[in-house]
Design a protein. Sequence first.
Length: 253
Amino acid sequence: MDVLRTSQNGQAESLTAGIMAQALRAKPDLVLGLATGRTMKRVYAHLVRLHQQDGLDFSRCRTFNLDEYIGLPSGHPGSYRRYMEEHLFRHINLQAEHAHVPDGMTSDVMEECQRYEALIQEAGGIDLQLLGLGVTGHIGFNEPGSPLDSRTHEVQLTELTRHENAGPFGGNASAVPAKAITLGLGTIMEARRCLLLVTGAAKAAILARVLEGPVTPMTPGSVLQRHPDCKVVVDAAAARDLGMGSQDRPGYI
Ligand code: GLP
């Protein structure tokens, strides 16, 4: 893994957006895997600016979001479809039919998971997968215990994750759906490139486990240690618990 440690406030997000923009310029029909959460809001704000001011062109790009809550209408403030519309989709020239988010309102979750996997395959697989990190160590919504080779599937969210994600639900963790659809760890690992963005002191301990601990389903993000092309962008606060020697590794900025 190539760890890029940033020092200035906001630099991690602009670097992440820059890597995504570079990939899109190099391959205009890029298949982009997208993530949600607070961490990504500034990344999407940069991408919107790059589109509006520099003409970054999404017209041939296809996107696949990592996950979605089950049973939440797409207009709900907590829905990831709504998050994506608000922070990215409505501001750029991505074609509506190219912007994929799992359908959490489906009557048949298993069928929706298979449909989503098939759509990704039909698109030729994910070129660049953007990832955030949950405090439980999850990527997408793959909570501790998720098999490292899992495909798109239904998950039961931990209480900690529901608590962490309660913001758009009026701060009420019990209002956060208990279930979600997520790309599996196996699906994520098939992306040709992964780009993990982690910011803030609250993620420092789990980031150290993800990057430097054993590869185990109990720390789902640790599977990225086995990915052949994974960049990790971190800010100073999130990097706090990384091993002393890590600053000397190539790839730090
Ligand atoms: C959610 C998403 C993850 C995201 C995580 C971190 O649980 N399913 O994909 O990485 O939150 O979110 P935040 O950036 O808000 O800490």
